[in-house]
Design a protein around this ligand. Structure first.
Ligand code: DAT
Ligand code: MG
Length: 155
């Protein structure tokens, strides 16, 4: 049962918002059967984005990445479900859209690595860190889904 409670941090990046892809990206996670526990639309501060991408601070693209991510609003989300971190990454596709298969979000909706429309945590540990950075505990909603037993075969 505990595995069903795994959580990941997913964000629609500023290009995804501007290009009208919020609904399409949310729809993929909803249709898969994952459980939405947090969602907000915000203009992220440079400070938050620097912390979010702190592991990449020595990479040459880091300043441009922070600038791009702060260039407009984003949709920050927390999704829950069995293996949601790993499956979420599969649903996103590769970091570079050119390497992403059709059927993945990046494979279907974008072209350039520097404008790859969506973020997803790369491990359970990163997910915990990112969720803590972007959400206050009270912004995460605990509720039961009527689809849960049908998704997991526990009925
Ligand atoms: P991911 O977002 O797939 O987890 P990452 O954590 O390695 O990839 O990098 C974070 C973001 O930085 C990525 O979504 C897009 C940008 N990025 C990564 N590599 C890049 C590169 N070589 N040139 C420009 N932007 C890059
Ligand atoms: Mg990453």
């Amino acid at each position: 049962m505990a595995g069903h409670k795994e959580r990941t941090f997913i964000a629609v990046k500023p290009d995804g918002v501007q290009r009208g892809l919020i609904g399409s990206i949310v729809e993929r996670f909803e249709q898969k059967g994952f459980h939405l526990v947090g969602m907000k639309f915000l203009q992220a501060s440079e400070e938050l984005l620097k912390q979010h991408y702190s592991e990449l601070k020595d990479r040459p693209f880091y300043p441009g990445l922070v600038k791009y991510m702060s260039s407009g609003p984003v949709v920050a989300m927390v999704w829950e479900g069995l293996n949601v971190v790993k499956t979420g990454r599969v649903m996103l596709g590769e970091t570079n859209p050119a390497d992403s298969r059709p059927g993945t979000i990046r494979g279907d909706f974008c072209i350039q690595v520097g404008r790859n429309v969506v973020h997803g945590s790369d491990s359970v540990e990163s997910a915990k860190r990112e969720i803590g950075l972007w959400f206050k505990p009270e912004e995460l909603v605990v509720y039961s889904s009527c689809a849960h037993d049908w998704l997991y075969g526990t009925n």
